[in-house]
Design a protein around this ligand. Structure first.
Ligand SMILES: C[S@@+](CC[C@H](N)C(=O)[O-])C[C@H]1O[C@@H](n2cnc3c(N)ncnc32)[C@H](O)[C@@H]1O
Ligand SMILES: [Zn+2]
Length: 356
């Protein structure tokens, strides 16, 4: 976490006011930009007493640390690089619930690592064609490039020209990279520790640079492919946090939830949180989704209770929160490689709202 990010984030507990966080830095480094980065340390909330750790440069700003550690402690303690110091390992272990099942750790770490690599390809190597790429996919990639999700986001960012943005569900940071290149002060937030670590490595070279990723062909077979990152590291940072909590103190000009709303257990609350963190003075909200809804209870899905289409339910729910549609296209292609025999082609609904 950049030291300056502390002034932007807030305690995610509903009852705490903004600006109650302080810093106990255990280890710091200087980024290539000259900014100070906290590599390891603690961020206590002076109001509720909750303490949020910084591990391998990643601030973990989740409202309930114990269940988070149940899933992620093994991932953190088994990092091939940037393992926490023994002091931090003791601090984290003391707060994790019971023993962590090693089989679960290895399975979840492997799955999350595969997921991170697929997203690194989707975000930074998005139109790449190699010897493993079927001609059919190569044709689709070339045909969709001018109007795909990335082209669409770029056009919208150039139209809105935000000075500050919150990228919720930022994954490995591709969208934040585009925003940072436009001089927009961007904070990416994601629940996945390895994704946030990869985003910080890719964009900020912190705690170390990420020069390549694994493009899988099948099973464990993969090519190591170079990562070409276009970003301005002065304008981006990433923390672990949830879109279902308020994580920023002041409003942003633009809040984004790109391909997230159909994954969270409470989509209505995500909409509330996005709206609350968007500037009331000309702010915009960008929501995109392929409406898969896997793992979301039917009655919680947008339109689920009334069997209404998700696209119209989103527009209605947003309207009820004072959000007005200013741009929309409900069939934007998004094509990416899971592995070379498995490509995903989504048609996502993309809506840009203005807060009124
Ligand atoms: C389908 S991916 C989309 C990533 C990226 N925005 C994109 O479009 O490529 C969804 C991301 O949201 C993250 N995520 C899931 N639940 C979340 C939550 N409650 N708050 C923030 N991020 C979340 C996942 O870890 C994952 O990185
Ligand atoms: Zn607090």
């Amino acid at each position: 976490m950049k030291e300056s990010t502390l002034t932007r984030v807030r305690c995610p507990k509903d009852d705490c006011a903004p600006a109650t966080l302080s810093l106990d830095a255990w280890d710091t480094a200087t980024l290539g930009t000259g900014e100070k980065d906290v590599v390891e340390g603690l961020v206590p909330c002076e109001s509720c007493g909750t303490v949020y750790p910084v591990v391998a440069g990643v601030l973990i700003l989740v409202d309930d640390l114990a269940p988070y550690l149940k899933d992620h402690l093994g991932v953190m303690l088994n990092l091939p690089e940037h393992r926490p110091t023994p002091d931090m390992e003791r601090w984290l272990t003391a707060r994790a619930p019971g023993t962590v099942d090693a089989r679960h750790v290895h399975r979840s770490m492997k799955l999350e690592d595969r997921y991170v690599n697929a997203f690194l390809g989707a975000h930074y190597d998005r139109h790449a064609v190699d010897g493993d790429t079927d001609e059919l996919v190569a044709t689709l990639l070339a045909a969709s490039a001018p109007r795909d999700l990335w082209a669409t986001a770029t056009t919208l960012f150039d139209r809105v020209r935000p000075a500050s943005a919150l990228d919720v569900g930022s994954s490995v940071g591709g969208l934040s990279a585009l925003l940072s290149q436009r001089g927009c002060r961007t904070l990416g937030i994601d629940t996945s520790f390895l994704s946030v670590l990869a985003a910080r490595r890719a964009l900020l070279s912190a705690p170390s640079g990420l020069a390549s990723y694994r493009a899988y062909s099948e099973g464990d077979l993969h090519d190591e492919r170079p990562l070409m990152i276009g970003a301005d590291p002065r304008h981006a940072d990433f923390v672990v946090g949830s879109g279902l909590n308020r994580t920023t103190g002041g409003p942003s000009d633009l809040t984004c939830a790109v391909n997230l709303i159909d994954l969270v257990p409470d989509p209505a609350r995500l909409l509330d949180m996005l709206t609350a963190q968007t500037s009331a003075d000309g702010g915009h909200v960008l929501i995109t989704s392929p409406y898969g809804w896997s793992g979301v209870a039917k009655e919680r899905r947008l339109g689920g209770a009334a069997d209404e289409s998700s696209a119209s339910a989103l527009r209605r729910a947003a309207g009820e929160r004072g959000l007005k549609v200013v741009w929309e296209d409900d069939r934007v292609p998004w094509l990416w490689r899971d592995y070379s025999r498995f490509w995903r082609l989504y048609f996502v609904d993309v809506v840009l709202f203005a807060r009124t």
